[in-house]
Design a protein around this ligand. Structure first.
Ligand code: PMV
Length: 324
């Protein structure tokens, strides 16, 4: 029996678009901050007598596509390990699933670490990152502590995440809507690629944004990091919105939060907004400013305290004692 914990990550330079859907190779590299909130804890037990994988999410039996995705992922691990035994998988999520708060990232990072251990694979951080990528692209970054860069790579061996040094950053998550999003990121990425006239421009611009972002990290230039973060997120949403039929994740409340970030900056408090494939908005700031940004946001937006979550850099996916 192996238990692993992983945390979600929020991208400063977004991953949006696959070059290879089977291997989950992205069109471009990306860069993110792994957080210290909303952990996923997954326990996996190999069971030679079981006829099928038995998967539960927060105690409820998983069925349909969610269960198939996990079994397909475990098949990869079993093939690598040369073991056929099915597994019992128990996953506990403290992040609202499917709300654009990166539950798939923490989920597959925890599953990769637990499954590798339970099936006896001795993988280093890079190989665990590559493995997690096969479950959900962004999961490869949740294997890494703090800020991580995911290299697009050219094949399975070269597409992985690793730590990137930089200034201490924090985030405030503004939960606009904790419900499940209308269009999954998988489907929306496909539709953007197939129908958005801005898909190619997005990929070209993001490759350049990542180079600039890595340079800004090297200089510990928080202003440049923040400006690139906000701009890259809006570019992603512009490309998504131009799909047909259109997909629009940002709601009026989300847009108001981008305006709130600008207002905080005008008041002298540095914070920049980003948003994943959902309506929730995340403000990026210096680590020491997290409490001030949360307070200012609360005052400005009237959002209740439980919808403004303070987050700092968190640990990469790791094994824990079963009782943890
Ligand atoms: O890993 P996926 O398939 O959940 O895609 C994640 C996509 C975004 O969260 C919108 C961007 C990112 O880089 O995390």
């Amino acid at each position: 029996m192996s238990t692993a914990v992983a945390h979600p990550n929020i991208a400063l330079i977004k991953y949006w678009g696959k070059r290879d859907e089977d291997l989950i190779l992205p069109c471009t590299g990306s860069l993110s901050l792994t957080l210290d909130v909303f952990p996923t804890t997954t326990t996996l037990t190999a069971d030679a007598d079981a006829a099928a994988d038995a998967i539960t999410f927060d105690g409820a039996v998983a069925t349909g596509s969610a269960a198939r995705r996990i079994t397909a992922f475990l098949d990869l691990v079993r093939a690598q390990a040369g073991i056929t035994a099915r597994a019992r998988v128990d996953t506990r999520n403290s992040v609202p699933t499917g709300a654009g708060l990166a539950s798939s990232a923490s989920g597959f990072a925890a599953l990769a670490v637990a499954a590798a251990d339970a099936y006896g694979l001795a993988l280093d951080e890079r190989d665990l990152s590559r493995l997690a990528r096969r479950g959900s692209g962004s999961a490869c970054r949740s294997v890494i502590s703090g800020t991580a860069v995911w290299y697009a790579g050219t094949d399975d061996a070269t597409s992985f995440a690793e730590p990137v040094a930089g200034p201490a950053l924090g985030m405030v998550i503004a939960v606009v809507d904790a419900g499940t999003k209308a269009v999954s990121s998988r489907e929306a990425m496909r539709r953007t690629r197939d129908t958005s006239p801005y898909a190619d421009a997005w990929a070209t611009a993001t490759a350049a944004d990542l180079d600039e972002m890595l340079a800004a990290f090297g200089r510990a230039d928080v202003t440049a990091i923040g400006e690139l973060t906000e701009s890259n997120a809006l570019r992603m949403h512009a490309a998504i919105m131009a799909s047909r039929p259109p997909i629009r994740y940002l709601t009026p409340q989300s847009i108001a939060l981008f305006d709130a970030a600008a207002a905080l900056r005008a008041d002298g408090l540095d914070a920049w907004a980003t948003a994943d494939a959902g309506p929730n908005v995340v403000l990026l700031c210096r680590d020491g400013d997290v409490a001030a940004v949360r307070d200012a946001l609360r005052e400005r937006t009237g959002l209740p305290a439980d919808r403004l979550i303070a987050a700092h850099a968190g640990p990469g996916a790791r094994l824990v004692p079963a009782s943890d």
